[in-house]
Design a protein around this ligand. Structure first.
Ligand code: SER
Length: 325
């Protein structure tokens, strides 16, 4: 397949946890005016609004994507819009509509406009209780028990189908839980790993909705952004996979994260009151093997638990001092 140049980019879900930071690195790389940020209803930050174009769209309504694709001559989509695992269990039909019908609309519009590339993120939620939980291989059992996971597996398959059937260049990774300091995650099972930092700084207390020994694959935002840009820049000819790359960085339990934060804030106290999200976490791997991403496009994360914790506390601590947390 001849690789086309990415020039005018549409980011869906640009107000979300990953989308908001991804939009800014894409604007830096491709030029502010060449990256259209879009959201469904959440008000965008001043940073997003002041640095480039922004529009409200609903990816479940195809005509709203089509309009911005025409208006901004879009040739590349990063489809970051999604309903995450916890909200997906409360609103399964909405999760299906956004994550599947929305993705289908993006892929169809991309096909019709012969776009250069589409990024379709998947997640560790694609796995389920029957999947080997330690060092989960790239090729394995995919029988998720959440609606979010069902939509992620279907999304991987749909993206791969568009590559094979229509020659559309679609790529994606299975993100672990993402920890970040700019935008709070919304409605996921790994959200505790971000909340804990805010509460550690603000109250020195946190009640975790997962058990202390719950271990999950995790990643710090700078690595997440790097992985996203790198897979999109990879040489298509070298890719043996397309939409289902395992992407690993660190794995730790809620208790290990709390202990790491305590090294910086010794009087920090955490208690554990697991809720319905525990069952979701228990159905996901503890660690994943990302050999294909490393071999096929040179993936390598930078942050470990200690360096991520130090950086998070520095960034959030500074904002707290400025009265902005
Ligand atoms: N962070 C997501 C969630 O918890 C997993 O992809 O739902």
């Amino acid at each position: 397949m001849a690789t086309k140049k990415m020039k005018h980019i549409l980011v869906t879900g640009a107000v979300g946890q990953i989308g908001s930071e991804l939009t800014m690195v894409l604007r830096k790389k491709f030029g502010n005016d060449n990256v259209l940020a879009t959201g469904r209803k959440t008000k965008p930050s001043e940073t997003l609004l002041n640095s480039g174009p922004f529009e409200f769209i609903d990816i479940a309504k195809r005509e709203t994507i089509e309009k911005v694709v025409k208006d901004y001559e879009i040739d590349t989509i990063y489809n970051m819009a999604a309903i995450l695992s916890a909200v997906g269990e409360e609103k399964p039909l909405l999760a299906w509509d956004v994550n599947i019908n929305g993705l289908y609309n993006c892929l169809e519009v991309a096909r019709e406009h012969a776009m250069a590339r589409v990024f379709v993120p998947s997640s560790i939620a694609a796995f389920g209780p029957e999947t080997p939980r330690i060092n989960t291989p790239n090729e394995t059992i995919l029988k998720p028990k959440t609606m979010y996971g069902v939509t992620k597996v279907a999304g991987e398959l749909l993206g791969d189908y568009y590559v094979k059937r229509f020659g559309l260049d679609v790529r994606g990774v299975r993100y672990p839980g993402i920890i970040s300091s700019e935008t709070l995650p919304g409605g996921g099972t790994t959200d505790y790993s971000v909340e804990i930092f805010y509460e550690a700084i603000k109250k020195k207390r946190y009640t975790c909705f997962l058990r202390e020994d719950t271990t999950l694959p995790m990643m710090y935002m700078p690595d997440c952004l790097k992985g996203t840009l790198d897979v999109m820049d990879a040489d298509f000819a070298k890719l043996k996979h397309h939409c289902d790359y395992n992407l690993a960085a660190v794995s730790f339990s809620a208790g290990q994260l709390a202990a790491e934060i305590k090294k910086h804030i010794p009087d920090f106290k955490v208690d554990y009151k697991p809720d319905f999200r525990q069952a979701i976490a228990d159905s996901w791997p503890q660690s994943i093997d990302d050999t294909p991403a490393r071999k096929e496009w040179g993936w390598k994360p930078k942050y470990d638990l200690a360096s991520m914790t130090t950086d998070m506390l520095e960034k959030l601590g500074q904002r707290y001092k400025e009265g902005k947390l």
